[in-house]
Design a protein around this ligand. Structure first.
Ligand SMILES: N[C@@H](CCC(=O)N[C@@H](CS)C(=O)NCC(=O)O)C(=O)O
Length: 211
């Protein structure tokens, strides 16, 4: 699949949301330009009955496609990979590995990087000791990722998968979190490889209202 009509794919996202970027990026890398609805999280749009009818979680991102509403960025990535035949792993064991990295990401990496970023951008006030705590967790997770990527191009297998897209969508926010990646050459090289993929674009280019 190289392109798809916007009307077939609708995403509900927020421009500041890392999980939203993961979904926008996955679609872009698959050559899909979705319709895009920006959810006003500050106004509580995610808690309206209209939005809760799309997802029980009351969070962005949500993907609407083929008459269904899908939630949770990792699950949406798996769905898009399955529908398009792009960025899925080959074989059951590699597919399980991809899932393992996506679960790890939200457990250890996204959870720490996103919290530090939120504090640094002043989106949510946080006690400096709490920020230091999450910085430590982010450093541990990034060290683990650095080890994984040392001597290999992609997180699982020989080609980019949704594990790379998912984890990149967390690492991407290290800059805004003021977490230094310059001492992590394997991650830095992997970022360059991912950003060279056809269709790659930054969050500001993908999370833009059209619907
Ligand atoms: N595990 C979810 C996390 C989604 C999430 O945390 N969404 C946030 C924005 S980044 C949200 O909608 N927050 C609004 C709220 O919880 O009220 C995913 O990966 O999709």
């Amino acid at each position: 699949m190289t392109s798809s009509a916007a009307a077939e794919w609708l995403i509900h996202v927020n421009p500041l949301s890392g999980p939203s970027y993961k979904v926008g990026l996955m679609l872009a890398l698959c050559g899909i330009t979705p319709s895009c609805h920006i959810v006003d999280l500050r106004a509580g749009e995610q808690r309206t009955s209209e939005f809760l009818a799309k997802t029980p979680f009351g969070q962005v991102p949500v993907l609407e496609h083929a008459g269904r509403s899908l939630a949770q960025s990792a699950s949406i990535l798996e769905y898009v990979a399955s529908v398009t035949g792009r960025f899925g792993a080959v074989g059951e064991a590699d597919r399980a590995d991809v899932r393992a990295w996506m679960y790890w990401d939200f457990d250890r990496l996204a959870s720490s990087v996103y919290r530090v970023r939120t504090a640094r951008l002043g989106i949510r006030p946080m006690d400096p000791a709490v920020v230091t705590h999450y910085e430590g967790l982010a450093a541990m997770a990034l060290d683990l990722l650095e080890g994984r990527l040392t001597g290999r191009d992609w997180i699982v297998g020989d080609a980019p998968t949704i594990a790379d897209i998912d984890v990149y969508g967390s690492v991407r926010y290290c800059g805004e979190a003021q977490i230094d990646l310059s001492t992590r050459p394997a991650i830095t090289a992997w970022i360059a490889r991912l950003e060279a993929l056809p269709g790659w674009a930054p969050p500001a280019a993908l999370l833009v209202a059209t619907a």
